[in-house]
Design a binder for this molecule. Structure first.
Ligand code: UT7
Length: 339
């Protein structure tokens, strides 16, 4: 077992992993189901295809595979993990899917629970896990972002179904000294008063229970979204929160190696990058392949860029998650990778 540094107070990002479903649906294929086309989807969103969980896969399976890959990169045994946080809004089980992932991983010493904050979920979970490590009560955490919105979109609603896909990503983080802290700063926000523009609401159907009493039937309506409102929210709040973080930490945007935003729409990525004069080649995007995988987008993108060598040890990353709630946040991170 690695020695625990004495002046704990920081966290290091030491491993990443990801997993995607085997079924792929291109824009042209989606055009056979709804009145849409590749040109519209690509030009308005940057999305070219998405992955959809099939009958032989589950969200827990994808989360397990992503988590296992992150453990491998970090060089950790499953037993050495203290905490597994699964950021998801679409678990296999409403009671939570994290314990299933813990069991599949064999991480028998880890406490595991779900955290729901829609597309901001991974960032919120990363920050939450970091607090356990910084406090000194835990040493190793696996933060997984995973979603299967394919189960919850109306595949006949072209305004929403073209946007989303399924996937999972994971990051292994470890307690370290304050000097080596990779979570340089963060800011998280919620505004429930503006939450009506993006929802996955309960059915709201009541059935008779006994005379004079009813009960609500379980189940959810498909994703409901006012796309333009969500778009305006993102292009206003993401630059604002990132700008606050950068100036509070006296970091010139030029010093950033990467801009790693929640992958919702290429136009949102471009607008944020433009606001900080960040060149295109520093903006990470895999929207073309996966669309919006909700809580999975950030770790899925990070893992791809770590594996293909774009993100390297010591690189400074500005990240931001945003979505339903409304919820949003940003963090300044330094990738370390395995030693
Ligand atoms: O994690 C956060 C999740 N949500 C988001 O990130 C959503 C943020 N919003 C957006 O990305 C954009 O608002 C959308 C991509 C959803 C929509 O783009 P838009 O430029 O705001 O289009 P629009 O809603 O103004 O629609 C323009 C037209 C409409 O036709 P009319 O009324 O002008 O004749 C729509 O009916 O495009 C039509 N349209 C489509 N056409 C072909 C809407 N969806 C489609 C489609 N294919 N899939």
């Amino acid at each position: 077992m690695a020695e625990t540094p004495k002046n704990i107070g920081g966290v290091a990002l030491v491993g990443s992993g990801s997993a995607i479903p085997s079924q792929k649906v291109t824009n042209d294929e989606l055009g056979m189901r709804v009145d849409t086309n590749d040109l519209w989807i690509k030009s308005r969103t940057g999305i070219g295809a998405r992955r959809v969980i099939g009958p032989n896969e589950t969200l827990s399976d994808l989360s397990h595979l992503a988590g296992e890959a992150a453990l491998q990169m970090a060089g950790w045994s499953p037993e050495s993990v203290d905490l597994i946080l699964l950021a998801t809004s679409t678990p296999d089980d409403l009671f939570g899917s994290a314990p299933k992932v813990q069991a599949k991983l064999g991480a028998c010493n880890a406490v595991a629970f779900d955290l729901t904050a829609a597309c901001s979920g991974f960032l919120f979970a990363l920050v939450t896990a970091a607090q356990f490590l910084r406090g000194g009560s835990m040493r190793r955490a696996l933060v997984i972002g995973a979603d299967q919105l394919s189960r919850w979109v109306d595949w006949d609603d072209r305004r929403t179904c073209v946007l989303f896909g399924d996937g999972a990503g994971a990051v292994a983080i470890e307690a370290t000294s304050t000097e080596e802290d990779a979570l340089i700063d963060f800011k998280l926000k919620s505004d429930g008063a503006r939450g009506d523009c993006l929802n996955l609401p309960q059915l709201g159907e009541f059935l008779p229970l006994i005379t004079g009493t009813t009960h609500q039937r379980g189940g959810f309506s498909p994703v409901q979204m006012n796309g333009q409102e969500v778009y305006k929210f993102a292009v206003r709040e993401v630059p604002a929160i990132l700008g606050e973080l950068l100036s509070a930490n006296k970091i010139d945007p030029e010093k950033l190696n990467w801009l790693l935003l929640h992958q919702a729409n290429q136009r949102i990525l471009d607008a944020v990058a433009q606001r900080f004069s960040i060149p295109q080649d520093k903006v990470l995007s895999n929207l073309a392949d996966y669309g919006n995988t909700s809580a999975a987008t950030i770790p899925l993108m990070l893992d791809e860029a770590v594996k293909d060598g774009r993100v390297q040890s010591g690189h400074l990353i500005a990240t931001s998650g945003f979505g339903a709630g409304l919820s949003w946040g940003a963090a300044l991170l330094r990738w370390r990778g395995p030693i």
